[in-house]
Every structure is written in C-alpha cells, then in structure tokens.
Design a protein around this ligand. Structure first.
Ligand SMILES: C[S@@+](CC[C@H](N)C(=O)[O-])C[C@H]1O[C@@H](n2cnc3c(N)ncnc32)[C@H](O)[C@@H]1O
Length: 178
C-alpha cells in the first residue's frame, strides 16, 4: 500500500502494516494515543486515503459522531472500512465493553437518502460493499450467499429470520463523499 495514507482506528495489537494506528490503550501498537470519544481526533481534514476500524465502532460512546470524524479524516473519494459483530452473534453481547449492537442497516443515515432522516448527520458515505457472515451451519445451508447476493433478501433476513439464522460479523466499505 505504498503512497496510500491509511489510518487504523482502534488498531489494538494488530495494526495494519504501513498504516498509522490510533488507540487509547498504551499497551497497543498505536502510533498516536487518542480517545475516540474526544472529538476532534488529532489529524487534519482529509489526511487519509483509507481508514479502517476493525471491531471498534461498537466500543465508541457515539456512533454518529465517530463516523463523522472518520468522514472528516478521509479525502473525498477515499474509503472507510468497518468490521463489527452482527447483534445476533454471541460475540456482540459476551463482551461488556461493547456499547452498541448493530445490524447491516445501522449506517444508513449516512447513505443517499439518509433513510429519511437527513437531519442526523451532514456526512455522506456511498455504500460500496456490505458483507454479512453467518454462523457456519447457515453458511453451509446457503443463507450467507442469499443474504449477500440479494439486498432485498438481506432486509427480509434482518426483519424475519435473524433471530434463528443468526449473523456473525459484518464488513462495510464506504466511499467518502464531500
Ligand atoms: C476489539 S479491539 C480491536 C483491535 C484491532 N482493531 C483488531 O482488530 O485486532 C478494540 C480496540 O479499540 C480500542 N478502543 C476502544 N474504545 C476506544 C476509544 N474510546 N478510544 C480509543 N480506542 C478505543 C481498544 O483499546 C482496542 O484496542
């Protein structure tokens, strides 16, 4: 990734090689110690081409404000990559440091039509990819394929099936729009 400026938010001990890592815990591989609940984060606007937050957004105090900071730090056309548990997974609730339990539509206020709630945030993100992983049994039975191949089926799954056909982890890739 030479020449690409990457910020690894909440990098922990698995910082992405070549990235700048931020975390509040000094026992991590962070290059900059920073509390994500204290805004602004210590970087200029549009400092990065790509930002990743892997298993981090569920820990912050305010998801919308943190996402707005991610949006501020990445240039127009850059990428935000998030990984977070689906709320039906064991991992979502077994960790008491998780403050939020999210689903695959949890970032829709940043999308094109803001899900009809444009007043929550002025930050705009274009959804490039949403990938939901399911527990192995459901993957083998083909549900994971259906959920990811057909957005309408994903909505149906979230509404009707996910308490039985449980999710595991979600990956989101957004393009920053400024
Ligand atoms: C589950 S770990 C994920 C670490 C790494 N991204 C990975 O995938 O291995 C969550 C990380 O977020 C950091 N974190 C949680 N809340 C934070 C906050 N308010 N400010 C800064 N870092 C925070 C933790 O210190 C921890 O390193």
């Amino acid at each position: 990734m030479s020449g690409v400026r990457v910020l690894d938010v909440g990098c922990g001990v698995n910082k992405l090689p070549g990235s700048i890592g931020i975390d509040r815990n000094p026992r991590t591989r962070a290059d900059v110690l920073c509390d994500l609940d204290r805004i602004p984060y210590p970087f200029r606007d549009s400092s990065f081409d790509r930002l990743q937050a892997v298993h981090v957004i569920e820990h912050v105090a305010d998801v919308l404000r943190a996402m707005e900071e991610f949006h501020r730090l990445v240039r127009d056309g850059g990428t935000i990559f998030l990984v977070t548990p689906h709320y039906t997974d064991f991992s979502s609730f077994c960790d008491p440091t998780h403050r939020w339990h999210l689903n695959s539509f949890s970032f829709r206020y940043f999308g094109d039509d803001n899900a009809g709630y444009g007043y929550y945030s002025a930050a705009r993100l274009r959804e490039k990819k949403v990938r939901v992983r399911l527990l192995a049994l459901w993957r083998y039975l083909g549900f994971e394929f259906l959920v990811n191949a057909f957005p309408r089926f994903r909505r149906f799954w979230e509404h009707y099936l996910c308490f039985v056909v449980r999710g595991k982890v979600m990956e989101f890739e957004f393009e920053v729009v400024k």
